[in-house]
Design a protein around this ligand. Sequence first.
Ligand SMILES: *[C@@H]1O[C@H](CO)[C@@H](O)[C@H](O)[C@H]1NC(C)=O
Length: 385
Amino acid sequence: MMCHLLLLASLATLAVSVRGWEHASAEYVESTLKEHDVVVVAFVAPSEEKCKSLEPEWVLATPESNVLFLSIDCTEPSHSTICKQHEAPSSWPRIELFEKGEAKATYLGPRRAAAILSWAGRVQRPTLSEVDNGSLNVFKSIDETVFIAYLNDYDESSRTAVSDIAAKFKDEFTFGLTTDVESWAAEQMEAPALKGYKAVDGDTKVFRGPFDVASLESFVKEASRPVIGELSIYNHQRYLDRGWPVVYIFASTERERTELRATLKTMARSYYDSLTMVTADPLEFPSLPAKFGLEPGVFPSGAVHQLSNGNIYPYPRGKPITPRALQSWGLEVWQGRVKPWSPPGATLAPTEMQGDGGAGRVRATRKVSVASFPGMKIKLGRDEL
Ligand SMILES: *[C@@H]1O[C@H](CO)[C@@H](O)[C@H](O)[C@H]1NC(C)=O
């Protein structure tokens, strides 16, 4: 049995390493967009790093999808028309879902096969789907994060509030609503309630009101946060807004980041409330490692950013990123036995903490307001703050 599994695993690896991009021609993409209701297209420049990192995930995702996945090499001169028509991005790749030939949504999440597939399904569903007891079980796990509202059918105001929230978070999560009393019983819920199902962590969170937009929004923000998140342009500011120390783990490939989330999960779960732990893709957040005192290009690496005082603690280089090593180092940091890192020169203008455009914004913390006195030099050590 074991041998069999190993064989399967190695075959799978082989299949992935042998296969790669199978780009379509511009003509084929054009005609497919006309003939198929839904098509997902990746516009790529194969030699760019982000495209290289997408390749193995795209290869995994393509056969799993119930809609057509196509890729096109936008560095081919003969493809420039179609690539430009669909708004060439400032950097490749651009993944778009087309419905009846029209671009409907652009993918901005992690370049991970399962996440891309979940997104393609999500875009095709209504922002808020009606479910009943019969469809509930499938719907609960239709996406990596699903929220289902259990409401009385006459409860229009709760329904409106849930619709607002569903529209607000439609790029990231799937939302459903049920007024079917049998489904409430099956889930032991009483209306009104909103329940979040997180397939990745295998847990659920329940909110029982009040059903106003602000309360629902803060519930969804917190309940959707995985034990270890994946830093994205959607969640970065949201995670910073929590105000708890952020533990960043940088690794260069999707596979490594997935493995790190898996190995650190049990440990991270016990600090879930008081830390925000994330893995980050250095290709998406290129200027973050340097801001946390990490050597550029050396991965995996990690850092803690204490948002309450702006202190930064780079994880010692060469130390393995294991639950045990990370936890004991974290304890030393917490006990004040590790000196925070100061950027060379240690003059920090307010704008210096703003990273990578919208994607990498690091919110101003207390030290920034100190630094905003013109001409004032500050050190980032704990004593100076
Ligand atoms: C509701 O669905 C659950 C799970 O599919 C099932 O076990 C249960 O019997 C259903 N309830 C009713 C009343 O149909």
